[in-house]
Design a protein around this ligand. Structure first.
Ligand code: G6P
Length: 591
């Protein structure tokens, strides 16, 4: 979702911001813009579609201070006019925003009554006009910004470029982080976007007001006015090299990286896991939550905690957590699962849980992000940057982490590590031309199908949901995942001659039920594709079978990988934009 990037320093700010926006691209966007300050004048370039060199962009004067934005449309269509930055009526400042002004219509009506004319459909323009209105009551522009900001409802982060060259920003809810480089200061939605220049960061809290003026940084709380001590932290694992390497797309690169990332996510020692193990054992109940793919990883982690560690655990999608608020107790423990660490729905639950006095743990991929910072027990997937919008390696890393956590609770960390190592080794062999060509064959068959289903049961129930999501996200095919038991209660009505139905099968107590479900769909003409243990590959019930490396207790993790590959090869076959599927964003910072 929207990305903010600002730079002031010795390098050409236009180029720095342009490159910064390119590195924010993965978050998802539909338009973009850059504003520079030159000789007391602000000049801007905005465009829709891909961030690329344009004539108008080259014409901007080269300066030392600039801000930029990637927009993921919420209010108003994808047009150059609605793209950020948005200029003040008197051209004295320009502003970008990440978030949603929830009281947008009330504020807009009030401002219109005061005579303000709106030229865009965005909620962002309301902030601009609000600052103009507040400026009438004070000579001090910064006070006007702070006053206006306090009138906004919702999670909003703004950055402003003034004609005097100052950059101002206020953070609330949506991410913003400062980078202190040798030759300049950065301000961005994530630290990855300025990683090639610095890993010295200043993490911001909600309601921090930032001023970068003449190379100096000042931070204060917008509500109390209290100045904040600037603490520079060094981020470990800064990834400067975000390249596809020998791969055609980030997605396939990230899929193959799973041979290492599943292992990396479990590189925790007993001592490191102990505080969380203790908290889980002392908790009244454990909730595991996340949204999208992270929500399915939460389901898988909860499955491991219930079935391996015998802990009373409930998985909940973050955006539905409200339905649990009446039974939430202060000695409940929340485990938040997130790639970005910035998902608005998840953060909102954590805020509520904190108020209840609950302890919070998290498993996050990106360093220094809000969810980690809100957590009493922080863990990282250590999977490296995941650029493709559809999550692959982070999902399996999160599941693997949940597995070693559950095994640690029952004193079997050593066995867990062995299993994960075995799986990693098997995956190295699995990612081969032979595997790809068998998947490509299936992808070709699926190309002309419109509806598909995925069945899983028990340990593979969440694998079915995530497998279907993967294919849906990039191929735009209608595909639904179900726990196999659902079949007779509705899904079977949709199965017609030739409908592809995937069945995920491990050598476990549920395999018989899965096979009988597949028999039932096949009897109705479905095209059946088995995914899982080679032991079942010769069963007549499967028209096709994709063998997956199996390691006991974690075959549900590896069973998702063929779906990732099918999604990739099918979307390639269809000519879709694999790394940036339509309408989706990687970092969902608004509700
Ligand atoms: C979006 C992304 C998904 C991700 C979900 C939750 O839908 O496209 O890949 O799983 O948000 O994001 P998080 O950063 O919390 O994992």
């Amino acid at each position: 979702m929207c990305g903010v990037f600002g730079y002031t320093g010795k390098s050409v700010a236009n180029d720095m911001v342009f490159q910064g926006l390119k590195r924010l691209e993965y978050r998802g966007y539909d338009s973009w813009g850059i504003a520079v300050n030159n000789d007391g004048k602000i000049q801007m370039f905005k465009d829709i579609g891909e961030i690329q060199e344009r004539e108008g962009l080259k014409e901007l004067p080269q300066t030392t201070t600039a801000i930029g934005h990637t927009r993921w449309a919420t209010h108003g269509g994808v047009t150059v006019n609605n793209a950020h930055p948005h200029m003040a009526t008197d051209d004295k400042f320009t502003l970008v925003q990440n978030g949603i002004v929830e009281n947008f219509s009330q504020l807009k009506t009030k401002l219109e009554k005061l005579g303000y004319k709106f030229t865009t459909q965005t909620d962002t323009e309301v902030i601009v006009k609000l600052i103009e209105e507040q400026s009438k009551t004070t000579e001090d522009f910064e006070i006007a910004v702070k006053k206006a900001f306090k009138l906004l409802e919702g999670r909003n982060t703004i950055a402003i470029l003034r004609i005097n060259g100052d950059i101002l920003a206020v953070r609330n809810g949506s991410p913003l982080v400062i980078g202190k480089g040798k030759d300049g200061i950065f301000l961005a939605s994530d630290s990855l976007s300025f990683a090639p220049y610095t890993n010295d960061v200043v993490l911001l809290d909600d309601y921090d007001f930032v001023k970068i003026s003449n190379g100096k940084l000042h931070i204060e709380n917008v509500l109390t006015g209290k100045e904040k001590k600037i603490v520079v932290q060094k981020l470990k694992n800064t990834y400067t090299n975000i390249e596809k390497g020998k791969y055609e797309h980030f997605m396939i690169k990230e899929i193959v990286e799973q041979e290492k990332t599943i292992f990396n996510a479990t590189e925790y020692t007993q001592t490191e896991l102990k505080p969380l193990v203790q908290a889980i054992q002392e908790a009244h109940r454990v909730y595991v939550l996340g949204a999208g793919t992270a929500g399915f990883a939460a389901g898988q982690i909860a499955y491991f905690l219930r079935n391996i560690a015998k802990i009373d655990t409930q998985e909940v999608r973050s955006y539905e957590f409200n339905t649990y608020k009446n039974i939430l107790k202060k000695d409940d423990l929340i485990i938040a699962v997130s790639q970005s660490g910035e998902t608005a729905d998840t953060i909102e639950v954590l805020e509520m849980a904190k108020k209840h006095g609950c302890k919070i743990a998290s498993i996050v991929n990106m360093l220094g992000t809000t969810i980690s910072r809100m957590s009493d027990f922080k863990y990282y997937t250590n999977a490296g940057p995941e650029i493709c919008v559809a999550s692959t390696k982070v999902f399996t890393a999160q599941c693997a982490w949940g597995y070693i956590l559950a095994k640690t609770i029952v004193g079997e960390l050593k066995e867990a590590k062995k299993n994960v190592t075995d799986l990693s080794n098997l995956l190295t062999k699995y990612f081969s031309e032979k595997t790809y060509s068998s998947i490509e064959k299936i992808a070709k068959v699926l190309k002309n199908k419109e509806h598909m289903f995925v069945l899983g049961k028990g340990e593979n129930a969440y694998t079915a949901l995530e497998g279907a999501l993967k294919i849906k996200e990039i191929s735009y095919k209608h595909i639904e995942g179900f726990a196999a038991g659902e079949l007779k209660h509705g899904v079977i009505a949709l199965v017609a001659k030739g409908t592809p139905v995937f069945g995920i099968i491990s050598n476990d107590e549920d395999c018989k039920d899965l096979v009988s479900g597949m028999e039932q769909v096949r009897a109705r003409g479905a095209m059946t594709i088995g995914i899982g243990d080679s032991k079942f590959s010769k069963l007549e019930v499967f028209d096709y079978f994709l063998v997956v490396p199996q390691v006991e207790e974690i075959s549900n993790i590896s069973n998702v990988i063929p779906f990732q590959l099918i999604s990739y090869f099918l979307s390639k076959e269809l000519g879709n934009n694999i790394d940036k599927p339509r309408n989706l964003a990687k970092s969902v910072t608004v509700k």
